[in-house]
Design a protein around this ligand. Structure first.
Ligand code: C2O
Ligand code: CU
Ligand code: CU
Length: 467
């Protein structure tokens, strides 16, 4: 059935409650941390990055000796890493060899609306198109790309379609440091090593598999000699990552949209689905673990309790000390907003099609790709109050620009943002709200939504038309 423009009825597939899953031990652990495949630049011109991304199903060997059908970009899981500098023009030819329509959305990047892989611009099965955009000054940061077709985004991502994009600044003060890239993704494998469809619970709570992988591997070993810069992506559909390296501190230097102004020393860092971070990692010599500590987000129905999970081993082979400049970056001054918007996430129980399920709403409505929910003016700074009026966590995300969080409010208590940062995804705890400053730099239609992909797929998405 084709997709109607209104919110799809909840695609509840009531599956057997106990699909038997592959034992976690079936996936080998303890291999050296994998280097991401870098997409070669085919352009002979300077300041142009040109390449092709082909989305297609193929048989991957995730479990030794067994074949799993995945959908991937250029047969890579995770998808290839694209690197470019501020000022570069990016030309990516997208070839869709899936049996479904798809798009490539450049998550967090300031690309024109008609190049941003909106659901309205889907490339049909067998089709192709060119995405072309120039990266402006100030856009350096840690981004990713993934499909964004209407309704099918969750499936295309959990079957393997997601890749990475780093935009670099020529004058980056940390450019001398060696980098490690950690893409944390989620995988569910059936006992026959196939990737099962979403079940009812996934559509309510967001899909989590039994494996949280780092660059496609279970519990790899990351070696740290001299001081390193890490870029970390939460590319999971719904898994929250409360990251910690027990008995060590985290030196946080960057978020979604590039460097912070100053390094921040923290014990742990919550990365909600879609968020990224940059860390500086240094000795002392010794062994450590990268953990995802239990994060209790409220879930519906019968779900297993949250547990701490080891993501990777870290071997520090020498004592090293991070010496960082006092100031990493100077963010442009905050601009006084000229307009206000309010966005409310909520969920209700519904009986649609005779099936008992949930509806996920923005300002009381499910997503309609033909409806404009809000309008903004290009270049104008707005104050958005984003509100989670529900008992589940929902990460708010908006396309086309970065925003800055001013403060958050929970149970009547308002707390100022602990530091300035450029963000495109921010988690709202149950009944929490946040005030953000946001400026769209291109005209056109932009989506904003919950980045638990199942919630987005079920309609927790709205559209702002930038005029
Ligand atoms: Cu990664 Cu519309 O999002
Ligand atoms: Cu996005
Ligand atoms: Cu959500």
């Amino acid at each position: 059935a084709g997709h109607a423009s209104a919110t799809p009825a909840m695609p509840l597939k009531i599956m057997s409650e106990n699909i038997s899953l592959l034992a976690v031990e079936a996936l080998p652990a303890g291999n050296p941390h994998a280097v991401l495949f870098r997409l070669p630049n085919l352009s002979p011109k300077t300041a142009v990055v040109a390449a092709t991304l082909t989305a297609e199903p193929f048989e991957a060997e995730l479990v030794p000796g067994k074949k799993t059908v995945v959908w991937a970009y250029n047969r890579n899981i995770p998808g290839p890493l694209i690197e470019a500098f501020e000022g570069d023009t990016v030309e990516i030819r997208f070839v869709n060899k899936l049996a479904q329509a798809s798009t490539i959305h450049w998550h967090g990047m300031p690309v024109p609306a008609d190049q941003d892989g909106n659901p309205q611009d889907a490339v049909p099965p067998g089709g192709e198109r060119l995405y072309r955009f120039t990266l402006p000054a100030g856009s350096a940061g840690t981004y990713w790309y993934h499909p964004h077709p209407h309704g099918d985004t969750p499936e295309q991502v959990y079957r393997g379609l997601a890749g990475l994009f780093i935009v670099r600044a020529k004058d980056d003060v940390l450019r001398h440091l060696a980098e490690q890239h950690l893409v944390i993704s989620d995988l569910r494998l059936d006992s026959d090593v196939s990737i099962p469809d979403n079940d009812r619970n996934d559509w309510m709570n967001g899909r989590e598999g039994q494996f949280a992988l780092v660059n496609g591997q279970r519990e790899p070993v990351i070696t740290v000699g001299a001081v390193q810069r890490w870029r970390i992506w939460n590319a999971c559909s719904a898994r929250y990552l409360r990251l910690a390296v027990p008995s060590r501190k985290i030196i946080l230097v960057g978020s979604d949209g590039g460097l912070l102004e100053r390094a921040q020393i923290v014990d742990e860092l919550l990365l909600a689905p879609g968020e990224r971070a940059e860390w500086i990692v240094a000795g002392p010599e010794g062994d450590a673990s990268l953990m995802a500590l239990a994060y209790d987000r409220s879930k519906m129905g019968k779900v297993a309790p949250e547990r701490d999970m080891k993501l990777a081993s870290i071997k520090f082979t020498q004592d090293s000390v991070a010496k960082l400049p006092e100031r990493l970056r100077t963010l442009p001054p905050k601009i006084k907003p000229v307009a206000k918007k309010r966005v409310v996430f909520s969920e209700i129980m519904s009986m649609e099609g005779g099936q008992h399920g949930m509806q996920f709403l923005v300002n009381g409505k499910g997503y309609d790709m033909k409806r404009v929910d809000l309008t903004s003016r290009v270049g104008e700074t707005e104050l958005w109050e984003i509100v989670n009026d529900s008992h589940m966590d929902h990460p708010f995300h908006i396309h086309g620009t970065q925003f800055e969080i001013l403060d958050t409010t929970l149970k009547g208590k308002t707390i100022s943002a602990p530091w300035r940062a450029h963000k495109d995804t921010f988690n709202l705890k149950p009944y929490q709200s946040a005030r953000i400053l946001i400026t769209q730099k291109h005209r056109g239609l932009r989506m904003f939504h919950c980045h638990i992909l199942e919630h987005e797929g079920l309609g927790m998405m709205g559209q702002v038309l930038v005029k």
